[in-house]
Design a binder for this molecule. Sequence first.
Ligand SMILES: Nc1ncnc2c1ncn2[C@@H]1O[C@H](COP(=O)(O)OP(=O)(O)O)[C@@H](O)[C@H]1O
Ligand code: SF4
Ligand SMILES: [Mg+2]
Length: 423
Amino acid sequence: MPSIPASADVTAAAPVLSVRDLVVEFPTTDGVVSAVNGVGFDLAAGETLAILGESGSGKSVTAQAVMGLIERPGRVVGGSVAFEGVDLLAASSEDRRRVRGSGLAMVFQDPLSALNPVWSVGFQIAEMFRVHRGLSRREARRRAVELLERVRIPGAAQRVGEYPHQFSGGMRQRVMIAMALALDPTVLIADEPTTALDVTVQAQILELLDDLRAETGMGLLLITHDLGVVAETADRVAVMYAGRIVETGPTDAVLSAPAHPYTEGLLASVPRGQSGREERLRPIAGAPPSLARIPPGCPFHPRCPYVIERCRSERPPLALLGHEPGAVSDLGTDRPAFSARSVPRSGEPPIDRSPPDPAGVGWEPAGIGPESASADRNPAEDAQKPAGDRQGAGDRQGAGDRQAAGDRQAACWRSGEVGRGDG
Ligand SMILES: Nc1ncnc2c1ncn2[C@@H]1O[C@H](COP(=O)(O)OP(=O)(O)O)[C@@H](O)[C@H]1O
Ligand code: SF4
Ligand SMILES: [Mg+2]
């Protein structure tokens, strides 16, 4: 491949990582799993982009494809992953290996499975310097201690000789971050780096990642299912559903005026207030589809309260929906004004957000959610029913609710007018 330009050649505003039309499939006995179906995004130096979506939406597979870690029989069947202008998917495996570590590094969800239990953490970090930088044993160890200090492990000089099992979950994740940082990557991909940790430790790790990003100027691709993590950390967010990005834009804009019904549903499913009905969660009815059997049309249609006939056979254009600078959206005026910083991390006490849902209908204007459901109603079953069956509950709601639902349906299909998404 052509030589990779030094970071200095790339302007701060230019993306260091550009993913386009990425498609990843896994042939299985159950059929072909279409895990990633045309994902695209840009990441600039010093920026944090969160990829947000429920479990099974294709986030990890996207990250693995970017890192070149899809194992056979899985296959990247289309698209490009340009790192500093060079398409890694078209590069030789040797060039890809060179980029991995020094260009792109990754932190995984479960640090224990990524660390070797029989070697000290210091040895494992030092090996990075010995293998990739040719440092002496002594110098590599010194650098390992430095790195452990940088990720704020107390008593780094003593702890460098300890083994993974001697570290707590949070400290192990710090060790993994240290290893990922060893070769000064331009981009760090963190795949649910705090999911296995308790809430206080989660906050500390996120703060560490954010500080390191600011110190080093690296781009941070943060993968999460946690809206609170997005709100706390990300400059921009890309929302994934069924292997696609359905909405993207600056975090504040997306969280304050979600344009896609799925994003709206995610927002409605986090705690919203400290008292009364505002505190109740409104989970999205149903479950994400198997990626071996993605529904036709809009993949979200079996769960969407705004579904219309057209959604069952056609997919609306992916849309930025007014989140890009200069673009004006006519969406969002009928929805609660969330502040990005007001979304709590999962497990944290709910934060009161105001104003409350002005329409009084929240996420389920068509009447498929807890607000209108009887106590024993099963939302997952509901989602499988034809729209006509579900509409009955909607009929019990006010005309204003139906108006809101009608506006949102139309909005999905108008979205192409305000700009295409980058998915
Ligand atoms: N090695 C694999 N073989 C078959 N299917 C896979 C493999 N890895 C991931 N998948 C499927 O791809 C889909 C997306 O997975 P993943 O990216 O891990 O989701 P997420 O990270 O969003 O929770 C899932 O349906 C998963 O079952
Ligand atoms: S309104 Fe239709 S196109 Fe829009 S998210 Fe719902 S089902 Fe999909
Ligand atoms: Mg995952």
